[in-house]
Design a protein around this ligand. Structure first.
Ligand SMILES: Nc1ncnc2c1ncn2[C@@H]1O[C@H](COP(=O)(O)OP(=O)(O)OP(=O)(O)O)[C@@H](O)[C@H]1O
Length: 599
């Protein structure tokens, strides 16, 4: 058996007939889905026949099957990867889609179906779980999955009698074991209803659903514009011959409705999910201190707090890591203005821009408990830094891209240069994943928005990883969850993008603020704007809460899972707050099994 062409990144899910994995092509770095079809249920002759026809079903709105993979672990169908999950995930999420976006998704489904129907193929199991999503700027494109598989399953089950499919989306004739192209259109009609109204026209147990589909009239709320309710009504007619004559005819009607209503969707009162504006409720402030000057940067390591104040570094050493009690305090001058501050296990690192030349200085400050002071131990001057990122927080490496567009590494704590010859674009962004890996991210907006993610090892090896068809900025990794990245999408609205790397899954989170601070924690991310609004997001992008302060926030850092340091500036009053967010997050947190459990 040969070595697999793919490296599996993670299990995406388990269907009735086998598992689906997210994998990366070892040669091209392309992300694919591998569907493992059990040998027992799909004997090779059936499997091959089905695959040969699946390979020919090519359309932008059908999840493409690109090949087969046989290896030691099994036999897989290789498919295009849909990083956005299913339409069901989107319906259940907090993302609010505009009318135009909802209709575009239905148009995508109908376009894919029209192609299949033109080849005499009926899907038989159209439902939100079988519609997969890919990112497109500020929205999603829909792709029909389970095509051939659905047909194959249909064949297997019809041999044992009875119907297959999902009763909530099944046309009346399907309960009698009959199906036609119009049965697929009925299912699209239910999806359109669900997207617009927020629930399905019929609910209940399979028996109740069957009765309803066969004999109950669909009630369409009068908040739905007539142009759309007439489409739903026609698609959901009980007799297949009374529905749309063809998929193209239904597609045309939806397109017309989208063009007529879509740009003016604010006037259409549709179902919307819960409002997610954070409440400005009282905060649990452990204590607060006045500061003599504005703090631009904050970093914490155990009982040491580092405050960046203009061209000075202030170090406070507390009796213990609860940061209660009176700290010992030292100040050291910095050469130039501070642009970044990192904590390190034995001290901290500063990056300053030199006022005299065009260069930057990276300095390592070591704290000495015995001597009760902090002193500068090492310093290197480099050409002005564009992007900088600490590899392994509190760890062994620092990587940066200099203005000469070369990626460089420094060993910590002695700041010894490691030679690399990796060219990077000046606009590249860097993030840390774990002690050995980082990522270089290049976003382009020109003709087509695109973001390319390249994996970087601490030895300076690069590996093209994957790309997304949107443009991203302000990327931040979560040192507590090495497989998660948060970013902002470049678009009219403020959209957060949560990227899980293993398996690749992208979630879009509409935000009410434009965050200036993004901090990763074991329970998720804290986002805050300088204007004082703070949002707490869980590890799946769900909103856990938030708060608002009157002051301008100038710097933030966590000193344990829940306790936060926040420096503010308000009418010449500068303060440092010690805040406990535990109550705000209590009972709302889902931690994955890799992270520490909460007491
Ligand atoms: N090409 C793909 N890209 C990304 N995720 C996929 C892809 N194909 C399937 N998945 C995901 O893998 C999981 C399992 O999919 P699968 O199609 O095997 O089963 P299912 O649709 O959940 O159930 P059923 O077996 O009843 O059809 C689902 O969460 C699905 O969204």
């Amino acid at each position: 058996m040969y070595r697999s062409y793919y490296r599996i990144l993670g299990l995406i899910g388990q269907g009735q007939f086998g598992r689906v994995f997210c994998a990366v092509d070892r040669q091209t770095g392309e992300i694919v889905a591998l569907k493992d079809l059990e040998l027992k249920r799909f004997p090779t002759h059936k499997f091959l026949r089905e695959i040969s026809y699946l390979l020919t079903l090519k359309h932008p709105n059908i999840v493409g099957c690109t090949g087969l993979e046989y290896n030691r672990t099994g036999r897989y169908v290789v498919m295009d990867y849909c990083e956005g999950g299913t339409l069901r995930d989107l319906i259940n999420s907090q993302e609010q889609l505009s009318l135009k976006q909802k209709l575009n998704l239905v148009e995508d489904i109908l376009s894919g179906l029209a192609h299949a129907h033109s080849r005499q193929i009926i899907h038989c199991d159209i439902k939100p779980e079988n519609i997969l999503l890919k990112l497109k700027p500020s929205s999603w494109s829909a792709h029909i999955s389970d095509f051939g598989i659905a047909r194959l399953i249909e064949e297997i089950n019809s041999q044992s009698g009875g119907y297959t499919g999902s009763p909530a989306y099944m046309a009346p004739e399907r309960f009698y074991g009959k199906h036609s192209f119009a049965s697929d259109l009925y299912a699209v009609g239910i999806i359109l209803f669900e997207l617009l109204v927020g629930y399905r026209p019929f609910s209940g147990y399979p028996g109740e659903l069957m009765t309803a589909h066969l004999s109950k009239t669909v009630t369409i709320p009068n908040t739905i514009p007539p142009l759309l309710s007439s489409i739903i009504e026609k698609a959901l007619r009980k007799l297949p011959q009374r529905r749309f004559k063809s998929t193209e005819e239904m597609l045309k009607s939806v397109r017309l409705a989208s063009e007529t209503l879509g740009f003016n969707s604010s006037s259409v009162q549709l179902f919307t999910s819960l409002s997610s504006v954070p409440n400005a409720t009282s905060l649990n402030i452990i204590h607060q201190v006045s500061l003599p000057q504005r703090v631009s940067h904050l970093a914490v390591d155990k009982q040491c707090v580092y405050l960046g104040i203009e061209d000075k570094l202030c170090c406070q050493i507390y009796p213990d890591s609860s940061l209660v009690g009176k700290p010992q305090e030292w100040q050291v001058p910095l050469k130039g203005s501070l642009v970044k501050l990192f904590s390190h296990s034995q001290g901290c690192l500063t990056v300053t821009d030199s006022p005299v030349n065009e260069g930057s200085c990276i300095s390592y400050f070591r704290k000495s408990h015995d001597a009760g002071q902090i002193f500068q131990q090492q310093q290197v001057c480099v050409s002005r830094l564009n992007q900088i990122s600490a590899i392994a927080p509190g760890g062994h490496w620092l990587a940066f891209i200099s203005s000469s567009q070369v990626l460089q590494f420094l060993k910590l704590p002695n700041l010894e240069r490691v030679k690399t010859s990796i060219n990077c674009s000046i606009d590249s962004q860097l993030v840390t994943l774990d002690s050995r890996h980082g990522m270089i991210i290049n976003s382009a907006e020109e003709k087509k928005p695109k973001t390319q993610f390249t994996l970087l090892t601490r030895r300076g090896n690069l590996w093209r990883f994957f790309s997304l068809s949107i443009s991203l900025h302000s990327l931040v990794s979560n040192s507590h969850l090495p497989d998660q990245i948060f970013a902002l999408e470049v678009s009219e609205k403020i959209l957060g993008i949560l990227i899980n790397l293993k398996p690749l899954k992208v979630t879009r989170i509409p935000l009410e603020i434009k965050p200036d601070f993004i901090l990763g924690q074991p329970w998720g991310f804290l986002l805050a704007s300088r204007q004082g609004k703070v949002i707490l997001l869980g590890i799946r992008g769900e909103k856990l809460g938030g708060f608002q302060v009157e002051e301008e926030i100038t710097a933030m850092a966590f000193y344990d899972q829940f306790r936060l340091l926040m420096a503010t500036d308000y009418q010449s009053e500068k303060r440092l707050y010690f805040i406990n967010l535990e109550e705000k997050l209590a009972n709302k947190i889902y931690l994955n099994s890799n992270s520490n459990t909460l007491s």
